[in-house]
Design a protein around this ligand. Structure first.
Ligand code: HEM
Ligand code: HEM
Length: 230
């Protein structure tokens, strides 16, 4: 007899696409830098910024598990953390309260790195600069550049923690979180937050992306130095 493994929707397509595209672009950032192809490094950075902005919008109007209102619970995160330490099993269809905090941290460090990039200046010839490097005070550009150089290490540390948490759930809790982030589906069960997610509409996701793209690329074109992207 087949075991009963009914599946329920957990992550909608726009959220999954966001996640895996972000992973690819983050990998491309140091590669384009090392190869010295700054046209691509900057374009890659603008796309990362677009994705982060898109995710902020999607966190307001997206599917249930993507919405910040459903997973940003700072106080519940403490309680969840204690329960985790005590070995008490609690199940969430979307992000658990502690995972939700980690999501905010990841969005913040990646978004900050991209914003700092916009003001970064590398004056060792051939000179490369972000579109706002000569628009801000020299001291601001210098500060942004030094944090941009350090920022990737901070991102790597956060990603290492993120992946370690996923491995912890796999090994200690026997819970595979990666497969649902690929297929969108989780085993039916009793979850604290919801028994099934309502997926956000693709048209709305496309609109969020277009708005984010227009803000990032339009903003750089209109307000960046000489209206140039690269
Ligand atoms: C550059 C590296 C990465 C970044 C910046 C990143 C960022 C994120 C973000 C922002 C979320 C929240 C998704 C959302 O609600 O929109 C997330 C969730 C998730 N990520 Fe990553 N991620 C990275 C790498 C990975 C890798 C390598 C894996 C696989 C091992 C992974 C597996 C997951 C899973 C399973 C979730 C859902 C967690 C849950 O069930 O609450 N991520 N990640
Ligand atoms: C989240 C997006 C981004 C990531 C992850 C990223 C990552 C990196 C990394 C790893 C470096 C090498 C730092 C080092 O030398 O140790 C770098 C350098 C640089 N990035 Fe980005 N970057 C991003 C976005 C941007 C953007 C949007 C721009 C400009 C439009 C930009 C402009 C630069 C410049 C000019 C350098 C050379 C700085 C120097 O070596 O003095 N980056 N970036």
């Amino acid at each position: 007899m087949q075991p009963d493994v009914r599946k329920v929707p957990a992550w909608d397509l726009p959220t999954r696409l966001f996640h895996w595209t972000l992973v690819v672009l983050i990998i491309m950032a140091p590669i384009t830098n090392k190869l010295g192809v700054f046209f691509w490094h900057k374009l890659n950075g603008y796309l990362i910024l677009t994705l982060i902005l898109y995710r902020l919008l999607w966190g307001i109007v997206g599917g249930t598990t993507a919405r910040f209102s459903n997973f940003v619970r700072p106080f519940a995160a403490f309680g969840y953390g204690f329960d985790l330490l005590r070995g008490k099993a609690r199940h969430f269809l979307g992000h658990n309260p502690l995972g939700g905090m980690m999501v905010l941290l990841l969005l913040f460090v990646v978004g900050a790195q991209a914003v700092l990039g916009l003001m970064t200046l590398d004056d060792i010839p051939p000179t490369v600069e972000g579109p706002f490097a000569s628009k801000v005070a020299e001291s601001t550009a210098e500060l942004a550049s030094s944090w941009h150089r350090r920022g990737f290490g901070i991102i790597l540390a956060c990603v290492a923690l993120h992946v370690a948490a996923i491995v912890f759930y796999r090994v200690m809790k026997k819970e595979n979180l990666v497969r649902p982030m690929i297929t969108g589906l989780k085993d039916a069960g009793t979850y604290e937050d919801a028994q099934a997610a309502t997926y956000g509409s693709l048209a709305r996701a496309a609109l969020c992306f277009v708005i984010a793209f227009a803000i990032v690329f339009g903003g750089i074109k209109l307000f960046g130095s000489n209206g140039a992207f690269m």
